[in-house]
Design a protein around this ligand. Structure first.
Ligand SMILES: [Zn+2]
Length: 622
């Protein structure tokens, strides 16, 4: 071997070891000044090595539990090194992987890209509609690439962001400096994990409401109008209570400060996405000022806030992946989402966002919906979690037979059951709050991830009270009913019943989400316009031959409206004449006769005086 070659090999090895010892720092400039046009421009400067240089577009987005990074909306890609345009090609086996041909001698690559935010209203997670004429939510994962070979915790990003003139903003991402009029915000260096975890909300109408001082906890609310930002004072009081009650529930926190990033718009999609130090939550424009919308969406912020502890700080080991490329495994979503959903309902009540009556009515709806999910007979709870990365994108049609991501609802009932067992076994001395203190609590820390397994959940429950928790959860995860798991409701001193009066919560949900719920009477769910979204196998509508996707045109010979359907159900109670539904199906019309005479049926919880009222105790502010 010639000396020069040996020297070359030594230098190469040295370069390799230096490379592995010092993770690169990436600069990113995002131009959001065209947000109302729904296009975002970004430039990145990425340290690179010569040859086949591999970059990733984020694929598995934390909190979305699926490989749904919006790569289809990545456009305008251009790579240069020292001013020269570079060739690139997408990986044939993975569309999120890009191979850039970097010339010898080049040490960095400049990348230009655009993110095309949906131009018309589209659902979906954070990649759904996110920008209007007056506001936008910027999710960093949508506007960046990252180099192969590093954990997202180890890569440093130095970001700057330009906003439309006059727009204000809120974000948990620490700020270094801002230009005049917030025209360019420069952020402090942050790991890629922190950057992706720290969206920016921005808008012409943006209100900041401080909820707590230490640590700073605030709402940063962007709306499509100034009027949407002026709800009654009690709204802010309830959210202040939420922060106080959550910190009492867990006994510690794991964020530097926390920002509720709330969008109020009829033109942005998705409901809520959790982050460690913030949440990206989106509701209709008037949902804070109108009481009905406020009640229908009240549990959203409690749910997303709980995730800072349950999901971000404590995270299933299978979801704690090193980057956004390695697949996540969703098998423990019954804790990640299920426990979060239960604690979210508890905090919604404890903060006053719902009265105890309203919270019970919501719980009755959850239980009744599961009681009318025949798909439980073939798909158990564990499989709804295992298949979550597909089920999140399943249509509403056949929901009750296919099942969806039911671990939210079914585990609200199951974790209530756990809370009730803890209270019973400890003779009232302990509760789920003790589990939360042990599992999620002290000491307070900044953002960090403490992974857990099924065994960790069981052993922490056993530290609270000794019980066959492994057997309990194994049964809960694998049983096939029949019916909803009602042990928690019944053990807490309440019974699920049906009567002819809709609760305020069910009426409000129908109004807010524009549907009509005939699930509990004739097994029919439809939109206000008559489009049938689901029929429940074994119930009168399905038995008569009606299926999802058809459209209800007339009821007993009269043009359909939600009121006409309700009146017909009411009038038919106890009679013998069939309920006649004229239905359109793929351009054909047919009248279906339903042998149903049970009237309207809506769920409620009523007190069982033979048992102590634990539910009211659970919902009481601490
Ligand atoms: Zn969640």
């Amino acid at each position: 071997m010639k000396l020069s070659k040996i020297l070359g090999a030594v230098c190469f090895l040295f370069a390799l070891s230096a490379w592995s010892a010092t993770p690169p720092t990436v600069f990113i400039w995002v131009d959001a000044t065209s947000a109302p046009r729904k296009i975002f421009h970004a430039k990145l400067r990425i340290p690179a090595t010569a040859g086949d240089f591999t970059l990733y577009y984020p694929k598995w987005i934390p909190g979305e539990h699926a490989p749904d990074g919006p790569v289809i909306d990545l456009a305008g890609l251009k790579f240069t090194a020292s001013g020269k345009t570079l060739k690139w090609r997408r990986d044939l086996l993975d569309g999120f992987t890009l191979h850039v041909d970097v010339p010898a001698g080049a040490t960095e690559v400049e990348a230009e890209l655009d993110f095309l935010s949906p131009a018309t209203f589209e659902g979906g997670f954070s990649a759904g509609s996110s920008a209007t004429d007056k506001m936008a939510v910027i999710s960093w994962n949508q506007v960046l690439l990252y180099p192969k070979g590093w954990k997202s915790d180890d890569l440093t990003y130095i970001a700057s962001l330009k906003l439309p003139a006059g727009w204000k903003y809120g974000t948990p991402l620490p700020i270094d400096s801002t230009g005049a009029d917030n025209s360019e915000i420069k952020f402090k260096p942050a790991s890629l994990s922190t950057l992706v975890d720290s969206p920016v909300i921005t808008g012409e109408y943006l209100k900041v409401v401080k909820l707590a001082d230490d640590p700073l906890t605030e709402m940063d609310i962007a709306a499509d109008s100034a009027a949407a930002l002026a709800p009654p004072q009690e709204v802010w009081d309830h959210y202040k209570n939420l922060v106080e009650q959550a910190n009492k529930l867990f006994g510690a926190h794991h964020y530097r400060d926390y920002h509720f990033l709330l969008s109020l718009s009829d033109h942005v999609a998705h409901f809520g996405l959790e982050h460690h130090e913030s949440d990206d939550s989106r509701i209709d424009e008037r949902d804070l000022v109108d009481e009905t919308g406020r009640k229908a969406t009240a549990s959203l912020l409690p749910h997303e806030y709980v995730h800072s502890w349950n999901g971000k700080y404590r995270r299933p080991a299978d979801l704690a992946t090193p980057d956004y490329q390695q697949p996540m495994q969703d098998d423990l979503l019954w804790v990640y989402e299920g426990l979060t959903n239960y604690l979210g309902t508890v905090l919604t009540a404890r903060s006053g966002l719902h009265s105890p009556d309203q919270e019970r009515d919501d719980l009755a709806l959850t239980a009744a919906a599961l009681d009318h999910t025949p798909g439980r007979a073939w798909r158990n709870l564990q499989d709804t979690a295992d298949a979550a990365s597909q089920l999140y994108f399943s249509p509403q049609a056949w929901h009750s037979w296919r099942r969806g991501t039911d671990f939210y609802d079914e585990d609200t009932l199951n974790w209530l059951w756990v809370d009730v067992i803890i209270r019973q076994q400890s003779k009232g001395a302990k509760s789920i709050d003790d589990f939360c203190h042990l599992f999620h609590g002290a000491p307070s820390t900044g953002p960090m991830v403490k992974p857990y397994t099924f065994d960790d959940v069981v052993s922490t429950l056993n530290q609270v009270v000794s019980y066959d928790w492994r057997g309990f959860w194994t049964e809960r995860l694998t049983n096939h009913g029949p019916g909803a798991p009602l042990g928690g409701i019944e053990g807490s001193g309440w019974k699920l019943v049906y009567d002819e009066t809709q609760s305020e919560m069910e009426r409000g949900a129908e109004g807010s989400f524009h549907f009509v719920d005939g699930a509990f009477s004739i097994g029919l769910q439809l939109r206000e316009d008559g489009t049938i979204t689901d029929t429940i196998e074994g119930m009168p509508a399905a038995l008569a031959g009606i299926g999802p996707g058809m459209k209800l045109i007339a009821v007993n010979g009269r043009h359909y409206s939600p009121e006409i359907l309700r009146e017909a159900l009411k009038a038919g109670k106890g009679g013998s004449a069939p309920l006649e539904l004229l239905v359109e199906n793929t351009d054909y019309y047919k009248t279906y006769k339903l042998d149903y005479h049970g009237g309207e049926r809506y769920p409620h919880l009523v007190r069982d005086d033979s048992k102590p009222d634990l539910l009211t105790e659970i919902y009481k502010a601490k």
